[in-house]
Design a protein around this ligand. Sequence first.
Ligand code: E4P
Length: 217
Amino acid sequence: MKFFVDTADIDAIAELNDLGMVDGVTTNPSLILKSGRNILEVTKEICALVSGPVSAEVVATEADDMIAEGRKLAKIADNIAVKVPLTWAGLKACKTLTDEGSMVNVTLCFSANQALLAAKAGASFISPFVGRLDDVNIDGMELISDIRTIYDNYAFDTEILVASIRTVNHITDAALIGADVITAPPGVLKKLADHPLTDKGLEGFMADWAKTGQNIL
Ligand code: E4P
């Protein structure tokens, strides 16, 4: 399973990238706002840092304008994935940009039928938002499971990119279902290593090691 980082924070991306944990990056208008950076500048820096796909989102609502924005974003670097919303205009932009050779990530997916449309429009990635579904008492992971089944039934190439991840359990569940990619905030990715028994075990080993009076170096 690939790990994408869901942020436009260069320092946070660089820290995880140094650990070999970054297969790609996703951004959105809210994350660009949070970064306080210019979208074109920060996206270019991220693309230079990370070799995998970097999603940059269009903000137009009409297909022709989305296509124009997508073409401009795609020129930033070869590893740009143009992000478009799951509307008919977004699907039209997806088809056009995909036909032109760009990677496209179709975002704001909340149903299996929407995911089916994105695959038929040639999307490289579909981004179902599990956390936002959980927020309204709908099981986000059930959607991931349904999309996995549908894509496998028809051998669609579109990768399932599980988005709106809030907890480490979302990542475990996505991996068990066989999602292709997860995108998570840096804080959630860092929590993957945490376990109280690891901390307790290490504490015990360190205490006993001190009693040996030995050094390795
Ligand atoms: C990723 O592509 C999405 O933009 C992101 O995961 C949304 O997460 P949120 O629901 O926490 O805003």
